[in-house]
Structure formats: structure tokens, C-alpha cells
Write a protein that binds this ligand. Sequence first.
Ligand SMILES: C[S@@+](CC[C@H](N)C(=O)[O-])C[C@H]1O[C@@H](n2cnc3c(N)ncnc32)[C@H](O)[C@@H]1O
Length: 251
Amino acid sequence: MKPYFDAGDVQLYHGDCRRLLADLDVTADCVVADPPYGETSLAWDRWPDGWPDALLEVTRSMWCFGSMRMFLDRALQFGAWRLSQDMVWQKQNGSAFHADRFKRTHECITHWYRGAWAETYHEVPRAPYYGANVKVITAKRDRGYHLGDAKKNTHVAGSDRMMTSVLQVRNMQGRALHPTEKPAAVLSPLIEYACPPGGLVLDPFAGSGSTAVAARLLGRRAVLIEADERYCEVIARRLAQDVLPLGGEPG
Ligand SMILES: C[S@@+](CC[C@H](N)C(=O)[O-])C[C@H]1O[C@@H](n2cnc3c(N)ncnc32)[C@H](O)[C@@H]1O
């Protein structure tokens, strides 16, 4: 199948991901999915039924953006996937869909896998640590595969520590190429976690192509799918640039 755009390290396909994934012979180290949440009556906000199943043969590891309502309403559609963890992207501002509820300034991000967890690539990125020294905890006994090496989890001032599950990153307000564009600073730790260097990330709902921008900066390859041709054009222009903007500043 001929890509809409091919930059060597990134291929972009135009069409419905559910149909294209059946024809594309692609195996990805991980997927980063940011589907329409299907929460509003806006024309573009239509949940594509069945897309989580369409990815089962493509990858063993998948990040998915959404709201709590979206995940609860569509829980059955993730039935074949196992949830490993959830994260929060906290923004500086957000949407006030309802005047009688708290203004939502966060998005949920969930990680899903299939098969054996031990065989699923996962490497928590480390972040600078500016707090006080925290006493080293020495494990008295084997903590088991899931808990890992206790020493790795200790904090030393001026050093680094495992990233936390809340990402505080400014959204793309005022500089976005797509109404729901995700900043590269949110996407980067997800990609580093689930995709080894040189590996392949697939984004079935590419929007402005942010996943490919982040993947490229991290030395990963990407395959993108986008149904709206206007955004395929945006992506092609963006990826053809030599200098790529790193979206997202600390919140
Ligand atoms: C939430 S946006 C993704 C934004 C993207 N993460 C970014 O940072 O720019 C969802 C995108 O999925 C596209 N889309 C919706 N249904 C689709 C489908 N069935 N297959 C492929 N793309 C689809 C929409 O056109 C929209 O651009």
C-alpha cells in the first residue's frame, strides 16, 4: 500500500485506521492512540467503534488518551487488552463543557498490553529530582519481578528519579496545528517507556502528527494513520521541515 507521505523514518497513511490496519503489514513496538473521545455533539468527535480490536495483531503495547467517562463508557471495547497503569496529563487550563462541574484541566492516559508483561518492553524514563535526600530502602528479600530493585527507587538531591504518573505540561493553546494536539513533552515519556530506541511507534489517529515528531526526536520510527486529508497535509508539511518544534513546556 502506498503511503500518503514517506519521510524514511515516518510513513503516513490516509484513511480509516480500522480498514487500513487490516491491509498494512505492520508490527509496532507500541501504539500511541488519541481517538476522538465521543463526548460531544461536534461533527469530528465520533468514537470509531471497534478500533482497539483492530490493533490486537499489530502490537502488544498501547497507550491511549481519553477521559474517565470515555474509558468507562467504552470499557468493553478494551476487553481483549490488559490494563497496566493509568497516568494524568495536567494542563494549565482546560475545557469547561459544563458550568455546573469542575473545570477539567486534565486528560487520562492509560497503558494496555497483551501477552506476558515480562515480555512487554517497558522502561520508566528518569526525571531530575530537586527534593531532599530520601533514605535508601534496602530490600530484605526478593521483591519479585513487578517491584524490581528497591535501590532504583531511591531519591538523591541533584540526581534523578523515576518519572511520576502525573505529567504537568502546558497544552498547545495558541500554537496548535490541530484542535486536540498533544504536546511532544507529554508523548515523549510514553514513547520512551514503551518503545526501544530505533523501534517503531504506530499512531492510528495521527491528527497533526505530534507522535511522529516526538518519536523522531527520540530516535524512534513511526507509522501514522489519519482519516482527514486536511490533517494529512498538515502532517506532511510538518514532517518535511528540517527543524521540528518540540511542543510543550513544563506546566
Ligand atoms: C484526538 S485527534 C488526534 C490529535 C493528535 N494526537 C495530535 O496530537 O495532533 C483524533 C484524530 O483522529 C482522526 N480520526 C478519527 N477517526 C479516525 C479513524 N477511524 N481512522 C483514522 N483517523 C481517525 C481525526 O480526524 C483526528 O484528527
